[in-house]
Write a protein that binds this ligand. Structure first.
Ligand SMILES: [Zn+2]
Ligand SMILES: [Zn+2]
Length: 348
């Protein structure tokens, strides 16, 4: 048995070496490229296999604090008939593209508030979906202030849109579909689209106001996306009996340690900024307390403050976590089959 295993490993290594060597030749590179692009082009239906599911894709799990290779706040919600994105942080569009999500049917973007880490890639998202053939202008929903954001982006990228229309022709790229449209929302039901309902609730992220979170309901399943907020009465109300709560999470032991280290090193500015951040995100302890108080299927931490850059930092986030808590990462999927209580969490 050991002999067989040794032969097997040896032949695999030889085969790998041979393949690697063959890529030195242009003809082999061309064949590999053709296969690679063919696979890429057919990669447009990931996450849509089960028509009865509400699917959640983590297109950005990070916050602006700390180094990371993860994208900033972004959650995509998909059903066979719906595709909405909630916040559009830096790096998130590449994750959406990488997962092969169906840009052509992107219906709208919901913003929780207008901190840069939640809006940085609005235009990239708009551009990617416009170029692929989205049939309507992209609508951006958000609290008061969303018009200013949208009109600023439309103005800033007017030249870019013009270049692309001139280059590819207005028949292919209709300039009207490149302009974002704004809808100002308040707490309450903000969208009813067939079986899918989106409800906004008031978040607490002082001094940023207004800030909201969203609850999505679809065929007996539900998801809450917090945006940035501490835990409030509104959180308790909206997240009670929800299947999946995605909440921003701050690990106090990490921010306290970082502040102390910065102060000791005489880095007063970073020390002040990190300590300022502590009071407007939900601490992991407050979320554990919330989880004990309310009836929730699963709580996933995203928008991690600070971003865990190594295993030690992740372990601190995981301190005392009950079984139904997880840390979200870019590329994670949560599948919620209709009319059941099942939540299937997969990481890439
Ligand atoms: Zn914020
Ligand atoms: Zn944020």
């Amino acid at each position: 048995m050991i002999k067989f295993f040794s032969y097997f490993v040896l032949s695999m290594l030889l085969l790998g070496g041979l393949l690697r060597f063959s890529l030195e030749f242009e003809s082999a590179q061309d064949i590999a490229l053709e296969q690679m692009y063919r696979a890429g082009m057919s990669n447009t239906a990931i996450g849509l296999a089960n028509p009865d599911s509400l699917r959640v894709f983590v297109c950005g799990s990070a916050s602006p604090l700390g180094n990371t290779n993860q994208a900033q706040a972004c959650i995509a919600i998909l059903t066979p008939a719906h595709f909405y994105v909630f916040d559009s942080g830096a790096g998130s569009t590449a994750n959406i593209s990488g997962a092969g999500l169906p840009y052509g049917r992107l219906q709208g973007v919901f913003l929780t508030h207008f901190h840069s880490d939640h809006i940085a890639e609005l235009y990239e998202l708009n551009l990617a979906s416009w170029v692929i053939g989205r049939p309507e202008a992209l609508r951006v929903y958000g609290p008061k202030g969303v018009r200013k954001i949208v009109s600023g982006i439309n103005d800033t990228y007017e030249l870019d849109v013009g270049y692309r229309v001139e280059h590819h022709g207005s028949e292919l790229l209709n300039p009207d579909l490149a302009k974002l449209k704004a809808t100002t929302i308040k707490a309450g039901v903000v969208l009813e689209d067939g079986d899918l309902t989106v409800t906004a609730y008031t978040a607490s992220h002082a001094p940023i106001e207004p800030a909201v979170g969203y609850r999505i309901d679809y065929r007996g399943r539900s998801v809450v996306i917090s945006g940035d907020s501490v835990v409030t009465k509104d959180t308790r109300r909206i997240a009670n009996k929800v299947d999946l709560l995605l909440h921003d999470a701050l690990a106090l032991p990490l921010t306290v340690a970082a502040t102390k280290a910065a102060t000791k090193a005489g880095l007063d500015r970073p020390a002040k900024i990190i300590s300022d951040v502590m009071d407007y995100h939900a601490s992991t302890d407050s979320l554990i307390e919330l989880g004990a108080d309310i009836d929730t299927g699963m709580i996933a931490f995203y928008h991690l403050v600070p971003n865990p850059a190594n295993l030690i930092m992740s372990k601190v986030f995981e301190r005392n976590l009950p079984e139904n808590f997880v840390l979200a990462n870019d590329g994670d999927w949560f599948e919620l089959p209709s009319d059941s209580s099942e939540i299937i969490h997969t990481s890439k």
